[in-house]
Design a protein around this ligand. Structure first.
Ligand code: ADP
Length: 472
């Protein structure tokens, strides 16, 4: 089985969120049994030297609307199955998709070009591919091009990692990308309120649609979670499947992680405390024997950031420590920055910091994840792997991976134990936090659950098999 896996971000080269983690860990797992080529843009922010990425000597041109675009093919030297595409319009940007004022004005051309280049790379290198796996709107146009322009026979699998981001642009993109108006500009295909919608093209033109948890696969077919595409998803539900994401057990491993203060595993669980003690000292958080609550994530409404903010003036009086790491929407970045030194038991860092994130996971007792919606969520799985207990809203993938500790009838080896809350508001969120504090006061019980979470298998082992079935 030969697979071409296209993604706009892949860890460790470029990462804005969970997509990059998945685009690294799923292909790696599949490589045990299949040949998997990955392809991503070689953004100027990617450290070519550090990752040993060099020019392959192969370039080609794509002509669009009278303009020539040169694409240069790069490879990772140790793994020649990792391909990178360089073109200045696509890659020479400081951030991946937008600046602080919103979308870059030419994202339709950037990712349209990327989609053309993915197919041209496969054809020009004469790669023998059985299935092309696309991820989110940035590579969704491959499906449309494969079916309407190139007439490819490979199976096209399209994964929706987050329906909230659809890639909606002015219809002038039709001419800019030389697309067939009659075939594509239709309300059940690429057209969207007289604009174009890349994600819709992925839904219509792919052979199989997957999304990243079984619950999210159902939720997106309803108005509350469908982001206006619920009818389109119902119409295409015969080819829609929810497959839960996994995490890389090599990258996220407290026994070997070089970012953390003290390595530990389930047998040496006591050593986790050394991480918390050291972290609290570094962050000037007093009394490290208090429970440590962390939040790591994008500052976006989706992540429940308003609840986090509303709760801070209450949590400042609790006998707990809190550490927050995040960045995202400009408004939230500003609000959190202003709060940075306000409360002695709450540490806030605005920014993106992979190494600090690992230290937080290794030190934390509880992870806060009050998401409004969560397609899968990786943080809760990482938290479990690092011996902590997640506090989650009961939605999407969080529902599929965490059960409430008080619901002992549902405790099994397959699912993590945490604190869950159903209704999205400050009352139930604070209720969940107080439940967590009371759980922590019973150390024997708390440690039993924390160790249980470390033993739950959230790796790709099971889900990769499901993908192999989908590719066939
Ligand atoms: P998203 O919706 O952002 O993709 P996920 O839970 O699927 O959320 O994945 C988030 C990934 O990004 C996790 O690996 C998490 O640790 C990481 N992450 C998020 N924000 C930050 C940050 N500010 N610094 C470091 N890592 C972060």
């Amino acid at each position: 089985m030969n697979i071409l896996f296209a993604s706009s971000e892949i860890f460790p080269y470029a990462k804005s969120g969970g997509l990059a983690d998945v685009a690294h860990s799923l292909p790696n797992e599949l490589r045990e049994v299949a040949k998997v080529y990955t392809v991503m843009p070689l953004y100027s922010s990617v450290d070519r030297k550090k990752y040993d990425i060099s020019y392959s000597g192969f370039s080609f041109d794509i002509w669009l609307n009278g303009t020539k675009h040169q694409i240069d093919l790069y490879r990772q030297s140790k793994n020649s199955f990792e391909l990178f595409l360089y073109n200045p319009i696509l890659c020479d940007r400081e951030s991946l998709y937008n600046d602080s004022f919103g979308d870059f004005g030419n994202n339709q051309l950037r990712f349209g070009l990327f989609s053309y280049a993915v197919i041209e790379t496969m054809l020009r290198l004469e790669l023998k591919i059985d299935a092309i796996h696309l991820n989110d709107w940035q590579s969704a146009l491959v499906a449309l091009l494969a079916k309407t322009k190139y007439h490819l026979t490979q199976k096209i699998v399209f994964t929706i990692h987050n329906l909230a981001y659809q890639g909606i642009f002015h219809k002038s993109a039709m001419n800019e990308l030389e697309l067939n108006w009659e075939e594509c500009f239709k309300s059940d295909r690429f057209e969207y309120f007289d604009q174009v919608n890349f994600l819709k093209a992925g839904i219509f033109y792919s052979d199989v649609i997957t999304t990243v948890s079984p619950t999210y696969a159902l939720e997106i077919q309803t108005p509350s979670f469908g982001h206006t595409l619920e009818s389109m998803l119902i119409t295409n539900s015969h080819k829609l499947k929810g497959i839960i994401n996994g995490i890389s057990y090599d990258v996220f491993n407290p026994a070997t992680d070089e970012n953390i203060y003290k390595n530990f595993d389930i047998q040496s669980y006591d050593l986790k405390l050394k991480n918390k003690t050291k972290l609290c000292k570094e962050l000037n958080l007093s009394e490290p024997n208090r429970p440590l609550f962390i939040f790591i994530g994008r500052f976006a409404d989706q992540k429940g950031v308003d609840l986090i903010l509303q709760s801070l003036h209450l949590l400042k009086d609790f006998e707990i420590n809190v550490a927050i790491l995040g960045s995202g929407e400009r408004y939230y970045n500003g609000v959190f920055t202003k709060l940075t030194d306000k409360y002695s038991n709450i540490h806030i860092k605005v920014g993106y910091d992979e190494s600090f994130a690992r230290k937080l996971y290794a030190s934390a007792d509880f992870l806060l994840m009050p998401s409004i919606f969560e397609p899968c969520g990786l943080n809760q799985m990482i938290m479990m792997r690092y011996g902590g207990v997640p506090i989650v809203a009961k939605t999407g993938g969080l529902k599929d991976t965490v059960v409430d500790f008080s619901d002992s009838s549902n405790h099994t080896k397959e699912i993590g134990v945490g604190v869950t809350f159903e209704e999205y508001n400050l009352f139930w969120y604070m209720h969940a936090i107080t439940k967590a504090i009371s759980l922590y006061s019973n150390q024997k019980k708390y440690i039993k659950f924390a160790k249980h979470n470390m033993s739950v298998d959230n790796s790709w082992k099971h889900s990769a098999k499901e993908y192999l079935r989908v590719y066939k």
